[in-house]
Design a protein around this ligand. Structure first.
Ligand code: FAD
Ligand code: DLZ
Length: 506
């Protein structure tokens, strides 16, 4: 009997466990562009175009390598992954499917319920298996990423001197976090001119998803492994050396600074995470990149990326519904491109709309910070992030949003909420100079909304956070403030929230 080998849109890797388990001579690879996957959130059109183009090119590569591939395009009208499997099972007389475990509980459940038997293989493109992560997490009072990361360094041997970290320290973050530089000496990610496959997909996506939030114009993503590797080599040479120094900075006229722009390629399977880390380690060993850049970057991949996946699978399907702070406000219109007077919000959303990309600090300390301070329903925040970024899949997006950014998981990931006043954004960016508000002004019509909502948030969540040892200073400052000033801040914060509720721009 023929076995079907399922390859999903974010499983475009030569060494995929499902492909390794297959018999190329007899088995049939199934790949499908389907309405359910393209529509379970209103994905950014560039994200859909990237995945469809990369899927088509990966299928062509598999065929050239001797595989039989049953590929369904969106116009073929198959609506779901299980529908594609059932149709292929009938067509090829198959009674069994081998699949690599998908990255979302939703799809795992659908495969488990599929009338054709599906044999799920572990996704071993990750360094830590579910068992490894659970072994590390079980019995710990707090699941802090730093300790998990050290285990991953030991396991991979990356930047290790025997059993000790290279350079003597595990973490060089104190050399990172520099404020925005005056100018950026890196031209940004390598841009690829759309070829025929990409052009065809852009037309399809424009027709079918043109009304989704996000622009399809000026599509430049790599869409196959070769291009993604070219981009990686380019970034390692030109971007990596200053990645660490400026990884938290934001600039009004530069969207990428020294960031890798590799998340979308790694998450879709075009780049292997260890391959990326080894390239970075080699640059550091050759003296072409400083230790703070190399260690900082490797920590993001083998630390944060692996850690958030571990949390997602450990916490289970209800994780995305958690709402520890009981926030209920609707997501403000600015997130969908509506008007705003806040320069940093406008810039972060504008580039998200145009590029399907924003870097970590824009996601955490601008759009995430604002949603948290404004008390937005975390499920709506989660859906927005899942939709708008080209690198977003639930396993990685949800822990970052529900956990790290919105503190909706009750503190599993973050030991305190990531909230800040306008001062942080002013320190790390040049946005405030061009803003309609004045960051130094604390009350009144010119006051930066981050300043007002920061204290408003702390005040309304006092019962929960007052005893948090990392937040004592903040409450100390608030409590020492003149009572009249506190009342003004709360009243003006209320007014901002009322404007958001009325759908008026802030
Ligand atoms: P770089 O800044 O160059 O970092 C290198 C790589 O490290 C990234 O490509 C990514 O693979 C990894 N990485 C860094 N931080 C994290 C992290 N916190 N979690 C997981 N991997 C990390 N990342 C996603 O891949 N998909 C998402 O949907 C996603 N949603 C996020 C939502 C919020 C609210 C926040 C705060 C972070 C989110 N991140 C997400 C993490 C991070 O912002 C992106 O990985 C990064 O911005 C991607 O850009 P880059 O490739 O230029 O990364
Ligand atoms: C994100 C996405 C989109 C937009 N479309 C498809 C698709 O048509 N076919 C497919 O196989 N995968 C797609 N994906 C990726 C899946 O949604 C992804 O595999 C799951 O979210 C699990 O991570």
């Amino acid at each position: 009997m023929v076995t079907l080998i399922l390859v999903l849109g974010d499983q475009l890797s030569d060494g995929l466990s499902a492909l390794r388990a297959a018999d190329k001579a007899h088995d049939v690879v199934v790949m499908a562009e389907v309405a359910d996957e393209a529509g379970y959130v209103p994905h950014h059109p560039k994200k859909i175009a990237f995945l469809f183009a990369a899927m088509r090119k990966f299928a062509a590569r598999l065929r050239a390598d001797g595989w039989t591939v049953d590929y369904t395009t969106l116009p073929d009208g198959v609506t779901s992954i299980t529908g594609a499997l059932l149709a292929a099972a009938e067509k090829h007389g198959a009674d069994r499917v081998i699949a690599t475990e998908p990255g979302e509980h939703r799809l795992i459940a659908a495969l488990r319920d599929c009338p054709v038997t599906v044999d799920l293989r572990p996704d071993d493109r990750f360094i830590a298996s579910h068992k490894d992560f659970d072994g590390w997490a079980t019995g710990r009072k707090a699941l802090r990423m730093e300790y998990f990361y050290r285990d991953m360094r030991r396991k991979t041997g990356l930047m290790m001197d025997g059993d000790q970290p290279a350079g003597g320290q595990w973490n060089y973050d104190h050399d990172n976090r520099k404020p925005a530089p005056g100018s950026v000496d890196y031209s940004g990610p390598m841009r690829f001119t759309p070829d025929d496959t990409v052009q065809e997909v852009l037309t399809l996506v424009g027709q079918r998803f043109g009304n989704n939030f996000g622009s399809l114009d000026d599509f430049w993503f790599a869409t196959d492994q070769g291009q993604a590797r070219q981009h990686l080599a380019h970034w390692v040479t030109h971007g990596l050396p200053l990645f660490g120094d400026f990884q938290d900075a934001m600039l009004d006229d530069n969207r990428f600074l020294y960031h890798g722009i590799v998340g979308l390629y790694i998450n879709a399977g075009l780049l292997d995470p260890l391959e990326v880390c080894r390239a970075v380690e080699a640059a550091w060993q050759a003296g072409d990149a400083p230790i703070n850049a190399a260690e900082g970057f490797i920590r993001q991949i083998i630390g944060w990326r692996e850690y958030v996946r571990g949390i997602y699978f450990r916490e289970g399907p209800d994780y995305v519904t958690r709402n520890g702070l009981k926030h209920t406000r609707d997501l403000p219109g600015v997130y969908w491109g509506g008007p705003s007077f806040m320069r940093c919000m406008k810039k972060a959303v504008e580039q998200t709309q145009e590029e399907a990309y924003a870097h970590h600090i824009q996601r955490l300390m601008v759009t995430g910070n604002f949603a948290l301070l404004a008390g937005v329903d975390p499920a709506q925040v989660h859906e927005w992030y899942l939709a708008v970024y080209a690198d977003a899949y639930e396993w990685v997006e949800a822990p970052n949003v529900i956990g790290m950014s919105q503190f909706a998981d009750g503190g599993i990931i973050a030991s305190k909420p990531y909230v800040s006043s306008g001062n942080y954004i002013h320190k790390m960016s040049d946005h405030c100079g061009a803003c309609a508000y004045k960051v130094a002004v604390k009350t009144g019509k010119d006051a930066c909304p981050f300043n007002l909502l920061y204290w408003h948030f702390l005040d309304r969540h006092r019962t929960l956070f007052k005893g948090n040892p990392r937040m004592g200073n903040m409450y100390g400052t608030w409590d020492r403030m003149d009572e009249g000033k506190r009342a003004t801040i709360i009243a003006e914060g209320d007014a901002i929230l009322a404007r958001l509720d009325a759908g008026d721009p802030v």
